[in-house]
Write a protein that binds this ligand. Structure first.
Ligand code: URA
Length: 207
């Protein structure tokens, strides 16, 4: 299920990332902000409990509470790290698991190099974060890996998505909720999103 955020403020943030004059420090700040807003959207369908809490009047109040410990925030290296603190700002008690995958620039296929996932994740909600949903290959691979670990629920947060990547996720991982800030036009022959914003990792990390 793909959710494209329909809010002009979000569009204006993404467009600041597209501007080649946006310096790395500012690029990172806006990436964090978008990540927070995407995380907020993703949490609206969580399970919330009602628990009585003491109130200033001396009475009890039925408060809405949320168990953050069920959430695992999962940045995909390298660019996903740029979104991590935004998600953690909303979910400081969540677990963080890092996935190391890079895209082979010739085959465009994902290659794993770091994975320390726990054996059983059946009680956990994994939130995968990666700024660019390009071919979708990396994210499909990450979702398949999470399923091997019986992950209870999976959500993907991305800043810019290509129609090709969205179509692939819809076809291959239809049970996963995907939240994206912008859907762009197409992928070029090198697997870059157009208009896009260039290499997200390079722009976040000033490389
Ligand atoms: N990764 C990026 O950083 N940018 C793209 O456009 C596609 C993949």
């Amino acid at each position: 299920m793909i959710n494209i955020i329909d809010n002009k403020f979000m569009t204006s943030l993404v467009d600041q990332l597209r501007h080649t004059g946006t310096e790395p420090a500012e690029f990172y700040r806006i990436t964090l902000l978008i990540s927070q807003l995407l995380t907020y959207e993703a949490l609206k369908d969580e399970e919330y409990n009602i628990e009585d809490i003491p109130m200033w009047t001396g009475e009890q109040y039925p408060a809405t509470v949320f168990d953050q410990k069920r959430i695992v925030i999962m940045p995909i290296l390298r660019a996903g790290i740029g979104m991590l603190d935004g998600a953690r700002h909303l979910l400081p008690a969540a677990q963080v698991q890092i996935l190391g995958m890079y895209r082979n620039e010739e085959t465009l296929q994902p290659v794993w190099y770091y994975n320390k996932l726990p054996k059983n994740m059946d009680r956990q909600h994994a939130i995968l974060i990666d700024p660019m949903l390009a071919t979708g290959g990396t994210l499909v691979d990450a979702v398949q890996e999470l399923k091997k670990h019986n992950c209870g629920r999976i959500t993907i947060l991305a800043i810019v998505a290509s129609p090709e990547g969205i179509e692939r996720l819809e076809k291959e991982t239809p049970d996963v909720q995907v939240f994206v800030a912008a859907k762009d036009d197409h992928l070029n022959d090198n697997g870059y999103i157009l208009p896009g914003l260039g290499d997200a990792g390079d722009r976040i990390f000033n490389t």
